[in-house]
Design a protein around this ligand. Structure first.
Ligand SMILES: *[C@@H]1O[C@H](CO)[C@@H](O)[C@H](O)[C@H]1NC(C)=O
Ligand SMILES: *[C@@H]1O[C@H](CO)[C@@H](O)[C@H](O)[C@H]1NC(C)=O
Ligand SMILES: *[C@@H]1O[C@H](CO)[C@@H](O)[C@H](O)[C@H]1NC(C)=O
Ligand SMILES: *[C@@H]1O[C@H](CO)[C@@H](O)[C@H](O)[C@H]1NC(C)=O
Ligand SMILES: *[C@@H]1O[C@H](CO)[C@@H](O)[C@H](O)[C@H]1NC(C)=O
Ligand SMILES: *[C@@H]1O[C@H](CO)[C@@H](O)[C@H](O)[C@H]1NC(C)=O
Ligand SMILES: *[C@@H]1O[C@H](CO)[C@@H](O)[C@H](O)[C@H]1NC(C)=O
Ligand SMILES: *[C@@H]1O[C@H](CO)[C@@H](O)[C@H](O)[C@H]1NC(C)=O
Ligand SMILES: *[C@@H]1O[C@H](CO)[C@@H](O)[C@H](O)[C@H]1NC(C)=O
Ligand SMILES: *[C@@H]1O[C@H](CO)[C@@H](O)[C@H](O)[C@H]1NC(C)=O
Ligand SMILES: *[C@@H]1O[C@H](CO)[C@@H](O)[C@H](O)[C@H]1NC(C)=O
Length: 702
């Protein structure tokens, strides 16, 4: 879960403007945001949002109601009270590519009182929430106003809470404990308060003060608790390492939540102090932050476009005759609301500090990627500049852009716009703060299991979208970990689309440019047909899945095998599939899910293109609504042309893979400098022909 120390992918950021902000912390480091409430009277009520069953009443925050006469009014309640003002909790530092996380200290006094003769329930939390939304329906009882039975544990919850739990659930240690809750109520770490002589909900109604200190540098939290009026104790009741930037939104809302179940109690906050380290502002102010927040967050659905990166475009400087047509296309592109816009060259020059070498993020076969910050908005972007100036006209390019323009999916990297002036083509993408998958997969520690699974699910969903949901079929062509970006919440965003192009059968296609792709991810048939298809994308997806689960690169030399897939296949044959799982996970993964993904990876790697599952089936398998695919014990040999007739599990529907209009996206080598072990094929035309014989692969020159 460590942040990359090096950001090396096509999206990123920076600019003169930004430099200014980066320098600011030096002067503002000590500045804090502070709140101090000795009571919650009418003069401060407007600072709070009270949500669900919560209310501010009698100058205290009543997270669940306080009407003691009718039990039915008190049971099964849930509420939240949050500061209306969002607070910036983390920031990506441009100068040295490190994550800065805000430290904070808070102290609050609570009154959690049960009825004298009844058991208490359920508990109160200090909450970092992603929004001012009401607690979800069904968040009463054990869910503490945080989540509900269907959302519990879902990593798109984006909350972190410290719970003071007064009712024992099956997953709880007792009915009087403090816990750290990340996206769910099954606490990651808990500590019983009983041995410390503290009773969260004492019958005599005693108030308690809680202190929570979070150190953003060391990413550690300490919780202290004592009877109101006492000094802050020396020893904490709970302490834990947690990098909140991994879970919470950059701008989050701080406050409290609580619930009652069949048992109930008062859940009151009587006084509250909060001090948060002020992180440098983004400049353009709230709206920008909000935009970025929305963009990277779950709300991305609204946001936009697709991306791309590698590109084979070329602009021949022939004639002005096409000028009119071009202007019309431009108009069409600019006329679509919320779609990528045309930038001025000047603007992007400023954004990237005149394409400063120091801001270069990567170099691909067709151009370089620079960090940038759009002047006037401080929006973080990655700018790809294409260096090739060859055979194809900009009209083709613009025509294709109109198609890319219409792709919208939460698992695609948004394209913000383009620029074509003086023969230079630039594409502008949204900045992806967490870099690309390969940086995390092979960094120290790797990624935890649930995150890996979520990434596979995201890529599957993006693939399904471009293959089947969008009305013109689009093929990615260069699916690999360095083209899978991770947004602020570590959700996968497919990037590096390259330039999509309509692939009419009668038009010469990328064959003229050779097969572009990356060795290890190219299906056998591509080397013969020189065509990329949905099936070849699925093949590459299979390779990625195996890579994610095994934590090894696709060209993996082990016990006589040269390819990861062959080694995994052997383990499958020998009934030892789980031995393929990344040992760095230390066994911390559900075996059933790991097996599911490994079988899926093998099924997608079938040499026969028609035996590979389609994107729909992949999505169902990943979402566990379909069983894992059946995979033959032996990897079938590659035969060309593909044998006709029924093939194991493959669904051979409609798809006629050679005809029809296929929109593919061609792509250059990875923009992050290419990873040498994967050996980019680039645009070489002299392709290696892979002749498969069982497990091993011999390579001969075509
Ligand atoms: C900000 O808060 C921290 C910790 O609460 C404190 O050490 C520091 O002195 C505060 N800075 C200012 C300027 O108040
Ligand atoms: C109202 O509450 C605020 C914040 O807690 C406090 O500073 C102020 O003194 C209170 N006003 C009255 C009249 O109690
Ligand atoms: C409270 O919720 C629980 C579980 O959600 C339910 O079994 C119970 O009937 C509810 N009680 C009331 C009074 O609604
Ligand atoms: C990164 O740069 C910021 C200033 O831009 C500095 O405050 C911080 O200490 C640096 N972090 C590291 C790990 O060098
Ligand atoms: C909040 O700060 C004020 C002033 O320092 C202090 O008097 C009060 O006790 C604090 N409240 C809590 C709950 O710590
Ligand atoms: C949980 O909340 C979501 C919406 O936030 C809702 O769609 C779902 O039905 C709720 N689940 C339960 C079990 O109440
Ligand atoms: C998590 O929640 C999101 C949005 O509410 C939903 O789309 C997704 O399916 C959920 N994931 C799981 C594993 O339940
Ligand atoms: C611990 O936190 C992670 C998120 O980091 C979560 O997925 C996991 O389920 C938690 N573990 C337990 C035991 O609750
Ligand atoms: C109330 O009970 C708690 C423990 O349950 C005890 O520590 C405290 O002294 C009691 N307070 C009074 C006023 O009796
Ligand atoms: C708890 O605090 C409230 C509000 O300050 C006060 O009215 C109440 O008497 C306190 N309870 C005890 C047992 O001290
Ligand atoms: C943190 O918690 C551990 C037990 O989980 C304890 O041994 C250690 O002393 C605590 N550290 C601090 C500084 O409170």
């Amino acid at each position: 879960m460590r942040r990359p120390t090096r950001l090396n992918h096509p999206s990123a950021v920076a600019t003169t403007l930004l430099l200014v902000f980066v320098l600011l912390p030096a002067f503002h480091a000590a500045e804090n945001i502070t709140y101090s409430f000795t009571s919650f009277n009418t003069s401060v009520e407007s600072k709070f949002a009270h949500l669900g069953d919560a209310n501010i009443y009698q100058e205290v925050l009543q997270l669940t109601p306080d009407s003691r006469n009718v039990d039915a009014f008190l049971v099964n309640k849930s509420g939240r009270i949050l500061l209306r003002e969002h607070i910036k909790l983390w920031d990506w530092q441009q100068t040295n590519n490190t994550m800065r996380v805000a430290s904070f200290n808070t102290a609050f006094t609570i009154n959690v009182s049960p009825e004298s003769h009844l058991a208490a329930g359920e508990g109160l939390t200090f909450l970092i929430a992603p929004s001012l939304d009401d607690p979800p329906p069904g968040s009463h009882g054990p869910y503490l106003g945080l989540t509900n039975a269907s959302l519990n544990g879902n990593n798109s919850n984006h909350f972190v809470a410290i719970e003071f739990d007064t009712a024992k659930q099956s997953f709880d240690r007792d009915n009087n404990h403090v816990g750290l809750d990340i996206n769910g109520v099954d606490s990651n770490i808990t500590a019983s308060l009983t041995p410390l002589g503290i009773d969260i909900a004492p019958v005599n109604g005693t108030n308690h003060t809680v202190w929570i200190d979070y150190d953003g540098v060391h990413r550690h939290v300490w919780v202290y608790m004592a009877i109101e009026g006492s000094e802050k104790p020396v020893a904490s009741v709970l302490n834990a390492s947690i990098d909140i930037s991994v879970y919470v939104q950059q701008r989050s809302y701080l406050g409290f939540s609580a619930s009652t179940g069949s048992d109930f109690e008062l859940n009151c906050v009587i006084a509250w102090n909060l001090t948060v380290e002020k992180l440098p502002d983004d400049g353009g102010g709230l709206s920008i932050g909000a935009i970025i927040g929305v963009a990277v967050g779950v709300g991305c659905v609204l946001v936009v476009m697709t991306l791309t990166t590698g590109i084979l475009v070329v602009f021949c400087r022939r004639k002005r005759a096409a000028g009119n047509e071009r202007d019309m296309l431009r108009k069409k592109l600019n006329g679509l609301p919320g779609t990528p816009r045309e930038f001025e060259y000047k603007e992007l020059k400023v954004a990237t500090g005149n394409f400063d070498e120091r801001r270069k993020l990567g170099q691909g076969a067709f151009g370089e990627v620079y960090k940038g910050v759009l002047p006037g908005s401080s929006m973080e972007v990655a700018v790809k500049r294409f260096s090739r100036d060859k055979t194809r006209g900009q009209d083709d390019f613009l025509a294709e852009l109109t198609i890319i323009n219409c792709l919208r999916h939460r698992n695609l990297v948004p394209l913000l716009g383009w620029c074509h002036e003086n023969g230079v083509l630039l594409l502008v993408y949204e900045f992806m703060p967490n870099g690309s998958l390969d940086q995390h997969l092979y960094g120290d520690g790797g990624l935890v299991w649930w995150r890996r699974y979520n990434i596979v699910a995201g890529v599957a969903s993006a693939l399904h979208y471009i293959h089947h949901e969008y009305n013109q079929m689009v093929v990615h062509r260069d699916l690999k970990p360095s083209n899978i970006m991770l947004d602020a919440t570590f959700d996968a965003r497919l990037g590096d689309f390259g330039l999509a192009r309509a692939l009419d059968t009668d038009k010469t296609s990328f064959t003229e440019l050779g097969v572009v792709g990356t060795r290890g991810y190219i299906a056998n048939e591509c080397c013969i047909t020189h065509k990329f298809t949905r099936e070849s994308d699925v093949y590459a997806f299979g390779t990625v899945v195996l890579e994610v689960v095994c934590g090894r690169r696709p060209l993996y030399d082990v016990s006589g095998f040269h390819l990861l897939v062959d080694w995994v296949w052997k383990l499958h044959r020998e009934g030892r599939l789980l031995e393929a799982v990344d040992p760095r996970l230390g066994g911390e993964y559900p075996a059933e899910d790991a097996e599911r993904l490994l079988l899926l990876g093998l099924a997608c790697s079938q040499p026969h293109l028609r035996a590979r599952p389609k994107a729909q089936a992949i999505v169902q398998i990943v979402s566990r609504s379909a069983p894992p695919p059946a995979v033959p014990k032996f990897k079938p040999a590659f035969v060309w042309p593909p044998p006709q007739g029924p093939l194991f599990e493959g669904n051979h529907d409609d798809h006629n893979w050679t005809s029809g209009t296929t929109l593919t996206s061609s792509t250059a080598t990875s923009s992050n400098g290419g990873d040498s072990s994967a050996g980019d094929v680039g645009t070489t035309r002299a392709l290696s022909l892979y002749v498969e014989t069982g497990d091993s692969e011999k390579i001969s020159r075509a």
